[in-house]
Ligand binder design. Structure first.
Ligand code: PLP
Length: 384
């Protein structure tokens, strides 16, 4: 059972005072429903989605979890049906961008168990972001507890084994409380919301076309590209919109200083495979360290592939045989072409990417042994 039906009591009492007229002639149950609907807070768990129609867009679940920082420690946290976060209008996160988020997934596995994938890596990345943005850290044990509690409470929304979906998990940490001048926020909250998802791009191993962003940079040298700061993403909205309108679902960013080295895609890391089968991935302090990529590199080594992590000049891309975007949401999505101005590089095959993709998704859904101890069982549900 969830711990708080925040929508019911809060919405009813709040609304009853300012808008009594819609309740005339209604019984208490109907009044509560009207009140909840008007306050846009869900009183009943949303129905389960049509699994086969899922893409990477929001579908509501039953609860989210919220922990508050007391000034010296995190509180015990609470599950709530109210997905709204009521914060002061002068909150740091709204003005100065003091906010971090994460993305990870839970999978319904072959044996019926629901497993969280690689969450300690996300916890560590959020901690590194906290240090850089002067926010309280969420210890790994608390991060994992939040993820486990919210996934357990929303376990019905984990897409069934075999359809290629997952329960996407979105932890976020933000500074709030009234503060006018620049400085650390007086209050902090750490929340986690989940949503059942299907594929991010076209799905499974369908390849996508990428466009190199030439007019804008993603992350400055010595800036915050290496952490998952909320503020890193708004500047990509316009280039991504422009690229999509030109038929490119993915943007590729180069280094901001010289525009000579490959950095990463808007929301995923870059992976290339050379003609001799070497996996190459760029290093740079302004690239977000992908949690998925660390798993990909381990699996690649296990598959006897040579792995090189090093700066990758853009000029080298013409010699690559395969290219892929790598991250939680996209898993490993093959990139079929990269366009920069008038030049188009084509990558028609993706055999190496497919081998890696199959090996990783097999670990995620419990079809292959989890040799690295990446997964954690949080519950069980019957096969559909
Ligand atoms: N790079 C950026 C900019 C991202 O937003 C993400 C997604 O979080 C990634 C890379 C991939 O990271 P992960 O594999 O941890 O999802």
């Amino acid at each position: 059972m969830h711990e708080t039906w925040g929508g019911l009591s809060g919405a009813f009492t709040g609304f009853a005072m300012v808008a009594a007229w819609p309740f005339r002639g209604l019984g208490p149950k109907a009044r509560a429903q009207v009140s909840c609907m008007r306050a846009r807070r869900l009183c009943a768990a949303p129905p389960l989605p049509e699994w086969s129609a899922l893409g990477f867009s929001y579908y509501p679940t039953k609860t989210m979890i919220r922990y508050n920082w007391t000034g010296s420690a995190w509180d015990a946290g609470e599950l709530t049906t109210d997905f709204h976060v009521n914060i002061h209008g002068l909150s740091n996160v709204l003005h100065y961008g003091q906010g971090l988020f994460e993305g990870l997934k839970a999978f319904h596995c072959k044996d019926g168990k629901v497993r969280i994938f690689n969450s300690s890596a996300n916890a560590a990345r959020m901690q590194s972001g906290s240090r850089r943005l002067a926010m309280p850290e969420v210890p790994t044990a608390l991060f994992n507890e939040a993820v486990d509690r919210v996934v357990r409470d929303n376990i019905d929304y984990v897409p069934p084994y075999g359809i290629g979906g997952a329960l996407y998990i979105r932890p976020f940490l933000f500074g709030h409380g009234c503060k006018l001048g620049l400085g650390a926020a007086p209050e902090y909250s750490f929340c986690t919301i989940t949503a059942p998802v299907g594929a991010y791009y076209k799905g499974n191993l369908e390849a996508v076309d990428a466009l190199v962003v030439e007019d804008y940079d993603r992350a400055a040298p010595r800036g915050v590209g290496g952490i998952k700061a909320a503020g890193n993403y708004a500047p990509d909205t316009l280039p991504s919109q422009d690229a999509k309108s030109m038929g490119y679902p993915v943007c590729l960013y180069l280094d901001a200083k010289e525009q000579a080295y490959v950095e990463e895609f808007s929301t995923s890391n870059f992976i290339g495979i050379t003609a001799d089968g070497t996996l190459v991935t760029p290093t740079s302090p302004s690239i977000l360290p992908s949690c998925t990529k660390q798993v990909v590199l381990n699996v690649a080594r296990e598959l006897q592939m040579k792995v090189e992590e090093r700066p990758v000049p853009y000029s080298e891309l013409s010699s690559f045989k395969e290219v892929a975007a790598c991250g939680t949401a996209v898993v490993l999505t093959p990139v079929s072409s990269i366009t920069r101005g008038g030049e188009v590089l084509k990558y028609p095959s993706f055999d190496g990417i497919a081998r890696l993709y199959n090996a990783i998704t097999a670990i995620q859904c419990g079809e292959a042994e989890d040799k690295y101890g990446l997964t954690r069982v949080v519950g069980e549900k019957a096969h559909a």
